[in-house]
Write a protein that binds this ligand. Structure first.
Ligand code: DAK
Length: 258
């Protein structure tokens, strides 16, 4: 692949968007490669993913403005669909995805980070949806996910005024979970992924499903979704292992993803 690298580090998968000459902007090729990489993740082995950008300046500086500038209406729709399909795949990916935001996360960059389960960032990170300044609306789910994550009022201010925000403000309004000095970002992402990977994989996946599907519906139906996914755990070997370990006062647990 030309623009996306993938490394399996034990039970953690690391996806890096690597297109430094355009600050890792998303063109069709990057989107296609991301789609392929996600399809290739070995879900038997890998228990958490980290998504980051190469270098120390930019996570993803948006969709590729040069490529978009000459699109026709039909091509624009096709580009939008390609991006939205990959972002939804990431959002619905069975295992947790951590965005390690190492710099600019603008437009499509902010949107791809918001498609991940958890965002952490470096001190130099900058978030924003500057699309209206380019004569377009956010097109990879930004109007929807930003409003859901930080509330409609703050999302509207950022989007209408094309106001970029610092890492510190992103932390204060809940867009990221934590801010780190650049050199500590990837170790922190790996540490978090390792703490996720240590737990029973099916229980983690079911928790992701319960939270995401539950948020799309009312509380009565959401509780039923949770009940079903909770019940499913009792058909797993890992539920027996987790509870036996507790009862036997055993620290080491051997979760087998079954
Ligand atoms: N696209 C293409 N190239 C980009 C880019 C981008 N988004 N961002 C940066 N680059 C390129 C620059 O053109 C420059 O290339 P050269 O001139 O060296 O060849 C190189 O990266 C370095 O950038 P700068 O020289 O500008 O670096 P600075 O440090 O001065 O500034 C910056 C960094 C991130 C503040 C600045 O580059 C910038 O403002 N970039 C654009 C940020 C932006 O506006 N992003 C949002 C893009 S719009 C849709 C689907 C999706 C979308 C919309 C609709 N549908 C079809 C439904 C999404 C839209 C967006 O994401």
């Amino acid at each position: 692949m030309e623009f996306v690298t993938y490394e399996a580090e034990g039970q953690i998968g690391l996806i890096t968007i690597c297109r430094p000459k355009a600050l890792n902007a998303l063109n069709s090729a990057v989107l296609g490669e991301l789609d392929e990489v996600l399809d290739a993740v070995d879900l038997e082995e890998i228990r958490a993913l980290i998504l980051t950008g190469s270098g120390e300046k930019s996570f993803v500086a948006g969709a590729d403005i040069a490529e978009m500038s000459s699109l026709t209406k039909a091509e624009g729709e096709a580009f939008g669909k390609k991006g939205n399909d990959v972002f939804r795949k990431l959002e619905k990916f069975p295992i947790p995805v951590i965005a390690a935001v190492n710099g600019f996360a603008l437009g499509g960059g902010c949107e791809i980070a918001m498609s991940c389960d958890i965002r952490i960032c470096s001190e130099n990170a900058m978030f924003g949806q500057p699309e209206v300044g380019l004569g377009i609306t956010p097109g990879f789910g930004g109007t929807q996910r930003l409003a859901r994550l930080i509330g409609a009022g703050m999302a509207k201010e950022m989007i209408y005024a094309a106001r970029n925000i610092s890492a510190e403000e992103a932390y204060r309004i809940g867009l990221v979970n934590k801010v780190y000095p650049q050199e500590e970002l990837m170790p922190a992402a790996r540490k978090l992924a390792t703490s996720i990977a240590r737990n029973a994989p099916i229980a983690v996946r079911n928790s992701k499903k319960a939270i995401d599907e539950g948020l799309q519906t009312d509380i009565d139906q959401a509780i039923v979704i949770e009940e079903k996914l909770f019940g499913d755990c009792f058909e797993t070997a890992d539920q027996k292992e987790g509870m036996s370990a507790f009862l036997e006062r055993r620290k080491e647990k051997n979760f087998i993803n079954k």
